[in-house]
Design a protein around this ligand. Structure first.
Ligand code: PLP
Length: 446
């Protein structure tokens, strides 16, 4: 049978730059609705990746679509760099209100998460008159030169970023780089920063800011242990280091709170947002202390920043999240999903760890629990097989051995049950040798 998907992919291979994608299986998406997408041949899939966390409100939420239609009848673009526009201002007012922190705040808008992190990286050192930045091993902040410099992810290891970023270990307790055990360790990884890093190659008085993903997502959906964030903020306060949170992937309800930092009651001075903020329309934002974001007028602007269509979609997105109970649903469905995944962990030795908050969950696969040897090939095959069976997943992590689960926040128990049944079947099929190495060879993933 002639496949439209394969035909598109053959044309795609001829003209689309390989530098702009990572693929896990051969798929071309034609349309989507809520938790479901269809490929170019009309086959339906349950989308438990949600475009890497973009589809918070699901695909084409009617209220978002309606807001876009209304806006498009008024304006197709606005050069916000030189002319204001009410939709963009309204969204900024909303973000000032809902983000944590009772200080004077302003909002910067961009187009994609990377540029929001560039905003932090540019303005904090300028404002502080200090040159260095702290970030984390295995972190992912984006692909522009600034955000890749902040990142410690293997996908950027081929590129030499700016030299003013110092990276310290993230609290990845399942694979603690210090071979310690929580809580006995008393969160030694922060003492290490103060006792070693600050006393040798990076003096604290030179550090302008620190940026952290409250859940290290592309690094393997790693969740810091309780107490970590609070101790880290204390360290930042002690040395007057600006505490910045990259919530591009996890904000706006996904973790079961509007913002992930709320799990630990910490307040970032700057917070970056992206992905789900406009339900898939290009938009990013950096929200935080006015004195930092105002410090150098006209210094971080793009022609299409604060795009009125994206901002209209974002206002509708936030309205849906707030008024359709999506934060609560993320918490409830997250617990249900986690329970099912824990059951799979009991049944299959290859599952080493299940972690996450709300509807961002990571399932880490290992060959043996005693050695923690990553089961990377198996994970690539399980994702591929799940896709064949109608479930969209992706994988992340230092060793590409963590399946990331970030479905729309609109999912219900039936979706959870179907997804877990497919995932279990995929694990069984891969164990039975149903996916060959040559089938997945072309799909390098991360
Ligand atoms: C935590 C985090 N920050 C920043 C980015 C970069 O966002 P974008 O790809 O929209 O530029 C990502 C993308 O995966 C991310 O997960």
């Amino acid at each position: 049978m002639k496949s439209k998907t394969l035909e598109i992919l053959q044309r795609d291979a001829k003209v689309i730059a390989k530098s702009m994608y990572i693929r896990f299986y051969p798929m071309a998406i034609e349309d989507g609705e809520d938790v479901t997408v269809r490929d170019a041949d009309g086959k339906e899939y349950l989308d438990f990746l949600g475009g890497w966390s973009v589809a918070g409100t699901g695909h084409r939420h009617p209220k978002v679509v309606q807001a876009l239609k209304k806006e498009i009848d008024k304006l197709l673009f606005n050069s916000f760099t030189s002319f204001s526009n009410e939709t963009t201002v309204k969204l900024a007012e909303k973000l000032v209100n809902i983000t944590p922190g009772n200080f004077s705040k302003k909002v910067w808008f961009g187009l994609t998460g990377s540029d929001a992190n560039d905003c932090v990286f540019k303005l904090v050192p300028y404002y502080k008159k200090r040159s260095r930045f702290l970030s984390f091993v295995n972190s992912y902040h984006g692909q522009t030169m600034g955000s890749l410099s902040l990142s410690g992810h293997k996908s950027q290891s081929a590129f030499v970023g700016f030299s003013n970023v110092v990276k310290v270990p993230y609290p990845y307790c399942f694979r603690c780089p210090f071979k310690q055990e929580y809580p006995k360790c008393d969160i030694y990884c922060i003492d290490y920063i103060e006792d070693y890093v600050f006393k040798t190659y990076c003096y604290p008085e030179d550090i302008a800011g620190l940026i952290i993903e409250p859940i290290q997502s592309d690094g393997g959906d790693v969740v810091p242990p309780d107490g970590y964030m609070n101790k880290l903020v204390k360290l930042c306060k002690k040395y007057d280091i600006t505490f910045c949170a990259d919530e591009v992937k996890v904000a706006l309800g996904r973790t079961g709170k509007m913002f992930a930092v709320e799990h630990w009651n910490v307040v970032p001075e700057l917070i970056t947002l992206g992905k789900p903020i406009a339900s898939g329309m290009p938009l990013s934002s950096c929200v935080g202390k006015s004195e930092i974001l105002d410090s150098k007028p006209g210094s971080h602007l793009f022609t299409l920043s604060g795009h009125p269509l994206s901002c209209a979609a974002a206002l509708a997105t936030i309205d849906v999240i707030e008024n359709e109970g999506l934060v609560k649903n993320a918490e409830k469905m997250g617990q249900a999903l986690r329970r099912r995944l824990e059951e799979l962990k009991e049944k299959y030795e290859i599952i080493g760890d299940v972690r996450g908050r709300g509807l961002i969950l990571g399932v880490e696969f290992v060959k043996k629990l005693e050695t923690l040897e990553p089961a990377s090939l198996e994970v690539a095959k399980i994702c591929y097989r799940a896709w064949q069976l109608g479930l969209i997943l992706g994988y992340v992590g230092m060793f590409s051995n963590v399946i990331e689960i970030t479905p729309p926040l609109t999912i219900n128990q039936k979706h959870v049950d179907s997804a877990c049944e497919v995932l279990e079947q995929a694990i069984k099929d891969v164990k039975a040798g149903k996916v060959s190495n040559s089938e997945i060879d072309k799909y390098s993933g991360w």
